[in-house]
Every structure is written in C-alpha cells, then in structure tokens.
Write a protein that binds this ligand. Structure first.
Ligand SMILES: C[S@@+](CC[C@H](N)C(=O)[O-])C[C@H]1O[C@@H](n2cnc3c(N)ncnc32)[C@H](O)[C@@H]1O
Length: 281
C-alpha cells in the first residue's frame, strides 16, 4: 500500500484541497505541518491519482509530493480521519466503525438522527465543510409534511439524500456520474433503511438537471454554473441549496441562479473558506 502525500502552502491550502477532492473524492488525510498542510491518500499502485494531475491540482500552492510504502496500519489510519460529526444538534453522521450516539437521558432534548455512512470510494463522510453546510441548510428548512420530493445533484456517498429522507422528504432522487458513488449511495440508503432512487447521470452532458421542489447540489463552481445555464427539467426548484463554493464564488453563483431562474438568496452559511447558499423563488 502506498501513501501519496502532497504538501501545500498553508495560505492556499483550502483552494488546493478543493481541487484535490476532485481527484480523491473519498477524502484526504490532513496533517498540519506548520507553514504547510499535507494532504495524503492511500491506495495500491495504479489506484492513486496521477502525479501530473496532482501537481496541476495543487497549482502554485505546491511545496512537495512524496510517496511512501506503508504497513498494515494504513486502514486504521484511513479510518482515523472519518470521524463522526453532529450537525445542528439534530443529525449524527458516523462511519460504520464508530459507535451510535448514546441516547439522550434528558427527554426534553431532541433525539439525534443517527446516519451511518461508509463512503468507500465516494465523497461524503458528512464531516467536510461543504457537506456540513448543506446539512445545516436542510435542517433550517421547514420539515416537509406531507413529504415533498427532493433531488440531490452530485450525491457522492448519498449523505445528503439519506439525511433528507430521514428528515421527511420523499421521494428522494440522488444522482452522480461516478459509478462508485452510485454504488455507495445505494448501499448506504439500504443500511440506513431509507428508500431513495440513486441514478447514474452526468450533469455536464445529460441536458437539464432533474428538478424537484427542493434540490441540493454540493458541486464545485464550474458545474454549478453549468447547471444554472443548462437549467432544470420542468420547473426549477422552489428551494435550491448550493454548496462547494469558496466564499468569493458565492456572489457570482447567486447572481447566475437569480438571473436564469428567479432564485434569490435567502441564507448564506460560511465555514473556513467555504460557503453554501439557500436560494428560493
Ligand atoms: C463535493 S461532492 C458532494 C458529495 C455529497 N453530496 C456531499 O455533500 O458530501 C460532489 C459530487 O458530485 C459528483 N459530480 C461531479 N461532477 C459530476 C457530474 N458532471 N455529474 C454528476 N455528478 C458529478 C462527484 O462525483 C461527487 O460525488
């Protein structure tokens, strides 16, 4: 097993990370090395991102790329950074190897909704800022009662679609162009006992995006711009949550959806370098 590590300048680390996650959607190990941040992925030879792609992703932030052969503990190290995360005091997203949250002793407390996500090779442990901001945005929406449809564009592990189904949306449709993501989302839906349709589809080449009264889209800016321009099948969503944006990208994306679909910014959430928007008609 090989550990492929890329060290980048701290000031540009978030921007480099956004690019790296395109190459390693299941996530990267993050090690703080003072002036630099090291991101690492583990895999067998031939499974790892290509060096020229890595260098291009890190761009000017690149300091060093190193590869090391690692021993049998790589699996536990990998697991080490898929940690449980609690969002908005309501959702607990954890990998299968972490314990379920203890039941609340205080009956007045809201019981946490326990969601088990095994990302396998797909993006979305719940812990990444872009995912967490989407989960917070979903929690802030009125709970759909009776259930109303929701679409998750770029579902990765299915974490947002599954959380939405647990929160009462339905039917829920999840889409991704990675076969690994489609597989992971289906398996995770099964493990969590929710019915969601997971469809393989490419938002860049598949025409207008599927729509529903509520749509969540944790994608990067270029793909969100593409969706804004190519539009939605049928009526645009009444509420659209977009994430995967660097803070400076939020205004142009809000403007693009306002101009093309009359979706206006209702809320903006920020964490680290990242921003997510709730847009509504
Ligand atoms: C940032 S991840 C979000 C995953 C998950 N929804 C979450 O919030 O954690 C973006 C996802 O979009 C998918 N994606 C990227 N380009 C796509 C495209 N052209 N069509 C469909 N899905 C795409 C990726 O495979 C990845 O799973």
């Amino acid at each position: 097993m090989i550990r492929l590590a890329i060290r980048v300048a701290r000031d540009d680390a978030e921007i480099a990370l956004a690019e790296l996650l395109e190459l390693a959607p299941a996530g990267v190990e993050e090690v703080d090395r003072g002036d630099t941040i090291e991101y690492a992925v583990y895999g067998a030879e031939g499974e790892l991102p290509a060096l020229p792609d890595l260098r291009a992703a890190a761009g000017a932030a690149l300091v060093e790329v190193t590869t090391t052969h690692v021993g049998d503990d790589w699996a536990s190290r990998w697991r080490d950074f898929h940690r449980p995360v609690t969002v908005g005091g309501a959702l607990h997203v954890r990998p299968p190897w972490a314990d379920a949250p203890a039941g609340s002793a205080d009956k007045a407390d809201r019981q946490l909704i326990d969601i088990v996500i095994d990302p396998n090779q797909a993006f979305g442990t719940g812990a990444h800022d872009t995912t967490r901001l989407c989960l917070e945005a979903l929690l802030a929406l009125e709970n759909p009662s009776p259930p109303t449809p929701l679409v998750d564009l770029g579902c990765g592990s299915g974490v947002l679609a599954i959380a939405a189904a647990r929160l009462g949306w339905g039917p829920v449709l999840a889409i991704d162009h990675e076969h690994a993501a489609v597989r992971a989302a289906r398996e995770n839906a099964h493990v969590n006992g929710v019915q969601i349709e997971v469809r393989h589809g490419d938002l860049r080449h598949g025409g207008p995006a599927p729509s529903a009264p509520t749509v969540v889209a944790n994608l990067l800016r270029p793909l969100l711009e593409h969706v804004a321009h190519s539009g939605f099948e049928g009526a645009p969503p009444r509420v659209l949550v977009v994430s995967g944006l660097l803070r400076a990208e939020a205004d142009p994306i809000a403007a693009a959806f306002a101009a093309a679909h009359g979706l206006c910014e209702r809320e903006r959430r920020e964490s680290g370098e990242w921003a997510a928007l709730t847009l509504a008609r």
